[in-house]
Design a protein around this ligand. Structure first.
Ligand code: 5RP
Length: 295
């Protein structure tokens, strides 16, 4: 030690004061390692405990999706208004600078493209743990096709991702996919979300459905909802409201944001619901105000 003389004596031990509460509030992660918890904590807003994740990974199977034709123009203005960015490593490298200060959720699997009859055939790992670490990922997303031809294959990809993530303290987002002929019922989402959590996913991306409160209750880790196909903005906000009220811890939304009439306004309106407890009507009013009078 440089200075080992003349230091004041340690004496203020605050005897009788309880240890500081950790404030930990991510469901199912209480017993995870510090690094894993630190990454998870960074994904959820400190005050609301919820997350707005922006999903712009669609190109990995769909090519240039409507609204996402130019990643470099569409994504950067949305970044300040979200908690997490969910995309492929290629999209992140190509359209966002490394000065980015938001957690990344990297899609690590590949799947069949939309040119094939059935994307639920399953794929494999596109981005391994070394690449995820090099990209400073806060989370890795792996897609699963429960009840479809690609089920076994996609569960293996999930398991490999979870195991590698556990070694490096990087959480895994298990994604519940809904292929062409796949069921979209409460029964299906109850099964799929629970199955992903029990196979080690630290959080799950699923869809809102009737009976969602039971799906969220039975899933031992947080669920964030996908937006699905584009809805009128008021309806998309109402779906977010219902999902949060029924136990979702946020959204991982793509098309309903970047295909909206005004993507930045929609993204901020979603944040009003997810973080500020606004009603869907208040959030839609906020959206319209920004649409007609951009700041
Ligand atoms: C499908 C996905 C998508 O790639 C995407 O993230 C979905 O987002 P949205 O439905 O909100 O457009 O994860 O399983």
């Amino acid at each position: 030690m440089a200075d080992n003389q003349g230091n004041p004596t340690a004496k203020n031990y605050h005897l009788g004061v309880k240890p500081a509460a950790s404030g930990w509030n991510v469901k199912g992660a209480e017993h995870c390692d510090w690094g894993m918890k630190n990454r998870l904590a960074a994904m959820f807003d400190r005050r609301s405990g919820n997350a707005v994740m922006l999903a712009f990974d669609h190109g990995y199977i769909m090519g240039p999706t409507a609204g996402l034709e130019r990643l470099d123009l569409v994504v950067p203005p949305l970044v300040p208004h979200v908690n997490v960015l969910m995309a492929t490593p290629g999209a992140i490298r190509a359209c966002l600078p490394p000065t980015l200060d938001k957690p990344l959720c990297l899609r690590v699997n590949y799947d069949a493209s939309v040119l094939f009859d059935d994307i639920s055939a399953g794929g494999g790992i596109a981005c391994d743990i070394r690449q995820a670490v090099r990209m400073n990922a806060s989370c890795m997303a792996a897609q699963t096709f429960i009840g479809a031809p690609g089920e076994k294959n996609s569960l293996e990809v999930l398991a490999r991702t979870v195991n590698a993530g556990q070694e490096h303290g990087i959480p895994t987002l298990g994604v519940v996919a809904v292929g062409k002929d796949m069921e979209r019922s409460e029964r299906f989402f109850l099964l799929a979300t629970r199955l992903l959590a029990e196979n080690g996913a630290n959080l799950v991306k699923s869809y809102y459905c009737e009976g969602f409160e039971r799906v969220a209750a039975a899933c031992p880790v947080p669920i964030v909802i996908a937006g699905g196909k584009k809805l009128p903005e008021a309806e998309a906000l109402a779906m977010c409201r219902r999902a949060i009220d029924e136990g979702a811890r946020g959204v991982d939304m793509g098309r309903n944001i970047f295909q909206a009439g005004a993507p930045v306004a929609m993204c901020r309106a979603v944040g009003k619901v997810v973080h500020e407890n606004c009603t869907a009507e208040e959030a839609f009013e906020f959206y319209q105000e920004l649409l007609h009078h951009p700041e």
